[in-house]
Write a protein that binds this ligand. Structure first.
Ligand code: FES
Length: 250
């Protein structure tokens, strides 16, 4: 069959990984639509609201649902194809239901060298699932992550987008056991872990009051600042206006 057959279009990228339009399950309500409108009201251009709106869809449906795509398109006055294009571009948007707790393991260079691949293998074994899969009870999903810009704390894992720094197989195993038992778990940076859906709601711009739990930067990230203060190093003064007018020195 030709790609340009009059009645049948066969995608060259038909790998079955798009938004599942055949799955009608949704929990989106009139209240969700109202919250979408609240998000839109924060931006000068309505379509700028699409990314947080998609996070809101995930907080309600646990994935990017077809109903969520249509709701975003309706509220923004754009096509479902445009919404789909964004939702399938970014890896934070899930096409299959994520677990109550979404586990990410960084395996980019520094984390890999420091044990990220071992951690990912261990998580697969412990949870009994592969990457991009969810446990049958819906409790956990697993993802291989690219660099989280936390290389100074390698190897890094994420739980519901919160950092778990300098992980070891022992700490990772204990983390999963505690989450499975419903015990309170904190990020190594202080914040109490919520569910993935609750974290998604925060990313949609509805705060849960936990933003200030724990430090925003750990000692490893601040080491350069500590040394600079100790040695009295200062940022050079910017050139004055006349120097700028003179142009580059020869
Ligand atoms: S390589 Fe893992 S956080 Fe950068």
């Amino acid at each position: 069959m030709s790609l340009h057959d009059e009645h049948h279009f066969v995608s060259a990228y038909d790998d079955g990984s798009g938004i599942d339009a055949a799955d009608p399950r949704t929990s989106i309500t009139a209240e969700t639509i109202e919250e979408m409108r609240q998000i839109v009201a924060r931006y000068p251009e309505p379509r700028s609201a699409l990314l947080p709106m998609l996070h809101l869809v995930q907080s309600v449906d646990g994935r990017i649902s077809d109903a969520g795509v249509r709701a975003c398109a309706d509220v923004l006055g754009i096509s479902t194809a445009q919404v789909n294009g964004v939702a399938t571009f970014y890896s934070m948007y899930k096409r299959q239901p994520a677990g109550e707790h979404h586990i990410g393991v960084c395996t980019t260079t520094l984390c890999a060298v420091m044990g990220g691949d071992v951690l990912l293998g261990q998580m697969k074994q412990k949870l009994g699932i592969d990457e991009d899969e969810t446990t049958p009870d819906g409790k956990f999903s697993l993802e291989r992550l690219e660099c989280n810009a936390a290389c100074d704390f390698a190897p890094v894992m994420m739980v519901n987008w919160e950092f778990m720094d300098r992980m070891t197989p022992e700490k990772a195993s204990e983390l999963i056991d505690n989450l499975a038992a419903g015990r309170e778990v904190r990020s190594t940076r202080g914040a109490r872990l919520t569910s993935w859906r609750e974290a998604e709601r925060v990313l949609a711009g509805f705060p849960d009051g936990r933003a200030d739990e724990g430090p925003t930067a750990g000692p490893a990230s601040l080491e350069g600042l500590r040394i600079a203060r100790e040695k009295g190093w200062k940022v050079p003064e910017p050139p004055t206006a006349p120097q700028l007018e003179e142009g580059p020195s020869k």
